[in-house]
Design a protein around this ligand. Structure first.
Ligand SMILES: [Zn+2]
Length: 440
């Protein structure tokens, strides 16, 4: 069994060291959480939107979309939590720079992210581990850390309700703050939170993440996923997301098409980048795209291969990085020089946004150093090709349909644009203070 000690990132103010958890008490646990003790009668904002289930147009072919409601809601609520002092540090005060070179790696000096925590032991050799309620999970966060409930449907109107009951029978998906943000608007998306799903990709949850990216409609808003063994620190299904107003280096790397799958999903390999990756895009619908990407992730999970995912370009381009850094680290195969930086190469670092903990590393950051670290994360060419063969065996036929996935439109016909939120269709929204919430 491979284990590794490291300082976990604190994502919630209720994330204590293991063993300090308070027991469930019928009168309420005092922290207004999402468990049985506190959920009775609780209300949270609810944003309910219609899936944009039309053909996924590959980047660059569309005009700039208008400012989207979800974007405004998320940032408005996030800033409200910042005013209330819920974050552990002020991320807007962290220094950031672009490292000179051809990749334009981005370095951030973030000294506050890993303070005041004991190292915890993580098992890094098992990508799938059962949910363990005795450990920290997102049902234990205080409701003030939750921004809103997020709901997607196939038809009907897009609506916002400032105060909607939480229905324990119909487990809501939740958007919550990450109290150790890497960037502006850093949040967590927790699919069907009350089902207490372990950190593992399933088609429905990945589709939700793609839907959220499409609905936010902002190319600077990306979602990411870390599997267990690839620097996820909480074994409760979650994606992360934040805004970065420049392209990630990985988004600028050239690609080479290697497969066209059934359903018009295109798979490419990343070129001239230190971490080998598959890039998924296109598709007759977002459901087709989600189906193929989740199929690939499920294949990796079943073969116990840890990985990271970046969802970029409003949900239209997904990077899948199988990785082996944590495993190498636990086996003592990573150089002391790289270990000393204590950089955990999770999805953001792999995508080229290097979060550095020491001032010296920040000041001396170079493309060569960033490249060297990321090259350690990557599978070897030989292993990468073996893993690709497994993936294409699982998804290449195009007939594999995972459980729980709604069927894509068999004709591949683009559907209508979603009904946009406006004052008349959604009276609950009237009177909201942010001026972009009520649109013409
Ligand atoms: Zn409680």
């Amino acid at each position: 069994m491979l284990r590794m000690k490291r300082v976990p990132t604190v994502v919630s103010n209720y994330q204590k060291d293991e063993g300090e958890d308070s027991p469930l008490r019928p009168e309420g646990c005092g922290r207004n959480c999402l468990r049985d003790c506190c959920i009775q009668g609780a209300k949270l904002p609810l944003y309910s939107f219609k899936r944009v289930n039309k053909a996924v147009v590959v980047s660059g072919a569309e005009s700039k979309p208008p400012i989207e409601f979800l974007d405004c809601l998320l940032l408005g609520e996030w800033e409200d939590r910042m005013q209330r002092g819920l974050f552990r540090y002020d991320v807007t005060a962290c220094e950031t720079k672009v490292i000179p070179g051809k990749c334009d790696f981005i370095a951030q000096l973030n000294e506050g992210r890993h303070l005041k925590k004991r190292p915890t032991e993580f098992r890094v050799d098992k990508v799938l581990q059962p949910f363990d309620d005795t450990k920290f999970n997102f049902t234990k966060v205080g409701q003030e850390e939750i921004l809103f409930q997020l709901e997607v449907h196939e038809d009907g109107e897009t609506c916002f309700f400032p105060s909607a009951p939480i229905d324990p029978e119909n487990s809501p998906s939740i958007v919550a703050i990450n109290v150790s943000p890497i960037e502006y608007g850093h949040v967590l998306l927790i699919p069907r939170i009350l089902e207490c799903l372990p950190q593992r990709i399933d088609p429905e949850s990945l589709l939700l993440a793609l839907d959220m990216a499409a609905e936010a409609g902002n190319p600077f808003f990306r979602l990411g996923y870390n599997s267990l063994g690839a620097f996820a620190t909480v074994n409760h299904l979650h994606f992360q997301a934040y805004y970065l107003a420049i392209p990630f280096p990985v988004e600028k790397a050239p690609t080479q098409k290697i497969a066209a799958l059934e359903g018009a999903v295109i798979v490419s390999e990343l070129l001239e980048y230190p971490v080998r990756s598959l890039v998924f895009e296109g598709g007759k619908s977002v459901i087709e795209l989600a189906n193929k990407v989740s199929g690939a992730c499920i294949c990796l999970q079943e073969n116990n291969i840890s990985f990271n995912l970046l969802i970029s370009d409003r949900g239209k381009r997904i990077f899948l990085f199988p990785q082996c850094y944590a495993e190498k680290q636990a086996l003592g195969e990573v150089s002391p020089e790289l270990l000393d930086t204590q950089v955990n190469p999770a999805v953001w670092e792999i995508s080229g946004h290097m979060v550095l903990k020491r001032k010296a590393d920040y000041e001396e950051a170079s493309e060569e150093k960033a490249w060297r670290l990321l090259a350690e994360v990557s599978l070897s060419e030989e292993r990468f090709q073996e893993v690709n063969a497994l993936i294409f065996e699982a998804i290449g036929s195009g007939h594999k349909q995972a459980n729980g996935m709604p069927n894509a439109d068999p004709n591949g016909e683009p559907s209508e644009d979603p009904v946009r939120v406006n004052g008349s269709s959604c009276p609950a929204m009237l009177g909201r203070k942010s001026d972009c919430l009520v649109r013409q």
